[in-house]
Design a protein around this ligand. Structure first.
Ligand SMILES: [Zn+2]
Ligand SMILES: [Zn+2]
Length: 144
């Protein structure tokens, strides 16, 4: 887990001014991978006291635009944020409870980037969303 000075350095590296809300939001994203906005707001409030939703939204946008944070939005899910950026990893989403886990790209050199038909696009990212039931939900379903 990065320290406060690590987080401050990351902000400076992308030319964002270091502010307490930015540090708190970035820290919350590191501590709660794939958290939705509400959970991040909750974590930031625990840390800083009262912070407006809009302030947290603004910080999340700034962090996402600067590439420090990745926003994912699986179909049917609210936006979620994570600090694992730039490695083209994928997600598995539970159809029942919405739990999300990281899935590393298929072994080797990101074969999903080689589209069977690129339609002339220069492709630099691919996101695969796997769906199914998480261990908790699959046991519940099986026993009921
Ligand atoms: Zn589940
Ligand atoms: Zn992830």
């Amino acid at each position: 887990m990065p320290t406060t000075s690590d987080l401050e350095r990351m902000l400076r590296e992308v030319s964002l001014r270091v502010t307490r809300p930015r540090v708190a939001v970035l820290s919350a994203v590191y501590e709660h991978p794939h958290a939705d906005t509400d959970s991040i707001i909750g974590a930031v409030r625990t840390d800083l006291g009262e912070v407006s939703r809009q302030a947290v939204y603004d910080v999340l946008n700034a962090l996402t635009n600067s590439g420090l944070v990745r926003r994912i939005q699986p179909p049917g899910s609210v936006a979620r944020y994570e600090s694992r950026v730039g490695d083209n990893h994928h997600h598995v989403v539970c159809r029942s409870c919405g739990a999300i886990a990281d899935v590393d790209c298929a072994v080797g050199d990101a074969p999903c980037l080689t589209a069977s038909d690129d339609h002339g696009f220069v492709i630099d990212e691919a996101e695969v969303v796997y769906r199914g039931l998480c261990p908790d939900c699959s046991t519940t379903t099986a026993s009921s």
